[in-house]
Write a protein that binds this ligand. Sequence first.
Ligand SMILES: *[C@@H]1O[C@H](CO)[C@@H](O)[C@H](O)[C@H]1NC(C)=O
Ligand SMILES: *[C@@H]1O[C@H](CO)[C@@H](O)[C@H](O)[C@H]1NC(C)=O
Ligand SMILES: *[C@@H]1O[C@H](CO)[C@@H](O)[C@H](O)[C@H]1NC(C)=O
Ligand SMILES: *[C@@H]1O[C@H](CO)[C@@H](O)[C@H](O)[C@H]1NC(C)=O
Ligand SMILES: *[C@@H]1O[C@H](CO)[C@@H](O)[C@H](O)[C@H]1NC(C)=O
Ligand SMILES: *[C@@H]1O[C@H](CO)[C@@H](O)[C@H](O)[C@H]1NC(C)=O
Ligand SMILES: *[C@@H]1O[C@H](CO)[C@@H](O)[C@H](O)[C@H]1NC(C)=O
Ligand SMILES: *[C@@H]1O[C@H](CO)[C@@H](O)[C@H](O)[C@H]1NC(C)=O
Ligand SMILES: *[C@@H]1O[C@H](CO)[C@@H](O)[C@H](O)[C@H]1NC(C)=O
Ligand SMILES: *[C@@H]1O[C@H](CO)[C@@H](O)[C@H](O)[C@H]1NC(C)=O
Ligand SMILES: *[C@@H]1O[C@H](CO)[C@@H](O)[C@H](O)[C@H]1NC(C)=O
Ligand SMILES: *[C@@H]1O[C@H](CO)[C@@H](O)[C@H](O)[C@H]1NC(C)=O
Length: 855
Amino acid sequence: MGSSIFLTIALILSSFSNLSLANAAKVSNLRITNEASSLLKWKSGLDKQSQSFLSSWIGSNPCQDWHGIGCSNITTDGENVVTSIQLSNSSLKGTLGDLDTWSLGNLELLDLSLNSLSGIIPPKIGNLNSVKFLNLSSNQLTGLIPSSIGNLTNLHYLYLDNNILSGSIPFELGHARDLIDLTLSKNMLNGTLPLSFRNFSRIERIEINDNNISGSIPNYFANYTRLERLDLGKNNFSSVIPSELGKRTALVHLKLFMNNLIGSIPKDMNLTKMEELDYIDLSNNKLYGEVSSNWGLCPNLTSLKLSNNNLSGKLSKEIGRATRLGELLLSSNHLVGEIPKSFERLSSLMKLYLDNNKLSGTIPSELGSLSNLEDLNLAKNSFSGMIQERLGECLKLRSLNLSSNRFEGVIPVHISKLDNLEFLDLSENNLFGNPPPQLGGLKALETLNLSHNSLAGYIPTSFIEMLSLTTVDISFNQLEGPLPKMLAFEVAPIEALRNNKQLCGYNTGLDCPMEQGNQDKENIGLKVILIIVLPSLGCMLLVVVMIGIFLYDNKRNPNDAKLMQQEIEANPFTIGKMTYRNIIDALEDFDPKYIVGVGGFGTVYKAELLSEVCAVKKFHESEDNKMYNLKSFEAEIRALTELRHQNIVKLYGFCLHPRHMFLVYEFMVGGSLRMVLCDKERVVDFDWEKRLAVVNGVANALCYMHHNCSQTIIHGDLSSNNVLLDSDWVAHVSDFGTARVLDPDSSNKTTFIGTIGYVPPELAYTMKVSEKCDVYSFGVIIIEVIMGKHPGDFLNSLRDMNGTSLTEILDRRLPSPSNQIEKKLKLLVAVAFSCLQKSPHSRPSMLEVTLGLSA
Ligand SMILES: *[C@@H]1O[C@H](CO)[C@@H](O)[C@H](O)[C@H]1NC(C)=O
Ligand SMILES: *[C@@H]1O[C@H](CO)[C@@H](O)[C@H](O)[C@H]1NC(C)=O
Ligand SMILES: *[C@@H]1O[C@H](CO)[C@@H](O)[C@H](O)[C@H]1NC(C)=O
Ligand SMILES: *[C@@H]1O[C@H](CO)[C@@H](O)[C@H](O)[C@H]1NC(C)=O
Ligand SMILES: *[C@@H]1O[C@H](CO)[C@@H](O)[C@H](O)[C@H]1NC(C)=O
Ligand SMILES: *[C@@H]1O[C@H](CO)[C@@H](O)[C@H](O)[C@H]1NC(C)=O
Ligand SMILES: *[C@@H]1O[C@H](CO)[C@@H](O)[C@H](O)[C@H]1NC(C)=O
Ligand SMILES: *[C@@H]1O[C@H](CO)[C@@H](O)[C@H](O)[C@H]1NC(C)=O
Ligand SMILES: *[C@@H]1O[C@H](CO)[C@@H](O)[C@H](O)[C@H]1NC(C)=O
Ligand SMILES: *[C@@H]1O[C@H](CO)[C@@H](O)[C@H](O)[C@H]1NC(C)=O
Ligand SMILES: *[C@@H]1O[C@H](CO)[C@@H](O)[C@H](O)[C@H]1NC(C)=O
Ligand SMILES: *[C@@H]1O[C@H](CO)[C@@H](O)[C@H](O)[C@H]1NC(C)=O
């Protein structure tokens, strides 16, 4: 449409300018005198500067080179008449004043737009009865739109936008039935749309946005068969959207945002016409219903904005077919379900806002294909799982907001590839582990919010490489050590740093010791670990020889190091035909494509060798956190070499190399308990019997650790992420990075890492770790297995509510249990309640638990 209007205008303009130079042979002196005096009178009312701008306006013949005046000899006797006035953007100041006295009955085009004209639009504008094109936009005109404007029955193009016009739109405007283009935007018009508008049969564009019009969007709008652009945004319309609007019109642009529209979005669209749809903005209304799959049938749709409504239901996968879509904004509705994988086809997408809905599931890896994505907002939903690493492939991302979800795991290093990222908000999730030093690579990052997570350890000094960083928030984590020496941290207020473990420097209120962590370094220094890799004869075994002292407390446990050494020598890296080189090769030097999981301290890869599959846990590399990682590396080796149990994951070997620090375990095909419970398909196979067996398996493992070993070993971070399942659904407890031997002589005051949601309440006020911490976490796992999901906040109410009926919490994805199973489940719930007691002393020991369960 645009083209047709502008073409017509161009034609009008060019004919005028050609003719304007013409000096008519015969001139009606009377007419010229009238026109001239009328124009000169208007000129005299303008300010000095405007008058000097119109200095060419002298004499009695406006057709004789007057600036901005166009003439034509349209009359029968061949005389010249003024047909156009074009004085747009001419700094004119004054009023339209005596316009009403003009004798400009042949004027077809009047363009005084983009000046500083004030005052009212004079009623006698109705005398300009030949006017086809009237542009008074972008002035400071006030008052009402005069009803006489309806006398301009030749009017095709009317632009009064960007003024201060008030009152309602005159009914008489509807008499200008041939209007093609009507723009009244950005005024202070009120009232309703006049019924007379029903007679616009040629209308192609209506823009009345940014006024205060109320009432309904009339049904007859659906009869505007040529209507291509409708913008009624930012008014006070409170009707439904006419159901036929999309059917007969030729809509390309539809903007109805910021009104009080109710009802549903019309679904009844003319599919042929939908192909032309380009821009839809219905945001900030009260529309309900689903996001129609029909939008997928709009191949040319570039913007779909439906934020801030009352939309419900799932995201239709059909939307993935609107491949030109550049903006998909659906914030603040009530959408549920997952992000369809089909969204990967939205290859033009630059903005995706799904924040403030009730969406869940993981971020599909397919979003990594959105190579044009610049702005992704998934905040305030219930997304879970790990942060999708493939987001690191959306290289144009400038803003990434994942806050207030249930993301867990570590911050994927892949994000650090986002060279254009300016805004990163990961706050209010369940992220743990250390902040990866690779984040320092985010050179464009200005705002970083990691607050309200469970991040631990030191803040990498590499953060100082984030040269653009100005705003940080790391509050409510378990970070410690010195703040990076950079402005963003220097200016960070205490609110952005508070509630961490022990940060020092700048506004933390704590000075950093001269050399942070010296004490630790010394300790570690004593523990010399050396691994020599030898190609052995024949079967290329990786022989691991340990020299030196491994354990923390070698004085008290003089045999441990030796024990471990023997253990490993006796069972030296029993991974069959595997060598260090094999593993590195199989993983293509730890290519991210082999990653199967990320834990607090390391990334887990799946290595497939000739006939063996194993899990390789590579500890996070970090200059700053070496000690920290080494501790957990040690803890894990120490625990696992001591522990031999069918429900505890087996350690095959380990490697401490200047470049790589990793452990090799048996691979658990079934993945983690958490993953199974989140997997809609697999969870159906995870029936009640298997679930009972898993709980029993975990109980046995913990009982063994707490009671059957030479010393009590506490896991310290038991969660459904750390319970792995093999191909027969047998549970194997893993991830011993926080495990520790309970020392009966010490207070065991120590860092407790834990996973939010599994940490017992006493650790909020004491650092005293006991085996009862594991018992508590076990209680959470029982409830999680029975409910099919983490109980979340429900846990608190559950704990105080022993009477909870079993059927209320059972995972509804499984059929109801048989009577026999139900009995066992009831017992399990009772055990869970006892494990979840607030006071650690009231909780049973794992020995009691296993005895209870087998009763
Ligand atoms: C003015 O009108 C006459 C008769 O209609 C026509 O012959 C003539 O070319 C016109 N002059 C100009 C400059 O258009
Ligand atoms: C208006 O005129 C000024 C200079 O006279 C120019 O810089 C500006 O681009 C013009 N604006 C429009 C919209 O033509
Ligand atoms: C009317 O004037 C405004 C301001 O100069 C301008 O932006 C707009 O393009 C004009 N309309 C037409 C159709 O020329
Ligand atoms: C419109 O024109 C008619 C005559 O053509 C006149 O009687 C009437 O007053 C005009 N209306 C307005 C509102 O000026
Ligand atoms: C419209 O605004 C005018 C003032 O600009 C006011 O007098 C009138 O009452 C308003 N009408 C409605 C329907 O709000
Ligand atoms: C609209 O047009 C019809 C004729 O088609 C006419 O009878 C009616 O009065 C017009 N309505 C308005 C409001 O101009
Ligand atoms: C819109 O009109 C209503 C009355 O109908 C008035 O209360 C309100 O202040 C107006 N809003 C604006 C932004 O002019
Ligand atoms: C739309 O047009 C049809 C036929 O021209 C007419 O019957 C119908 O009443 C019109 N609808 C509205 C809402 O004006
Ligand atoms: C919108 O219109 C309603 C009446 O329909 C009125 O009560 C309300 O004040 C108006 N709101 C605004 C922002 O003008
Ligand atoms: C849909 O639009 C096409 C093209 O304008 C038209 O030919 C067809 O009749 C319309 N169909 C309906 C059901 O209105
Ligand atoms: C879709 O857009 C392209 C390019 O903007 C245009 O050439 C094509 O005609 C449009 N298709 C339809 C059905 O409007
Ligand atoms: C949202 O829509 C539902 C129906 O889907 C309705 O019950 C509810 O009242 C609506 N809420 C608002 C605020 O309009």
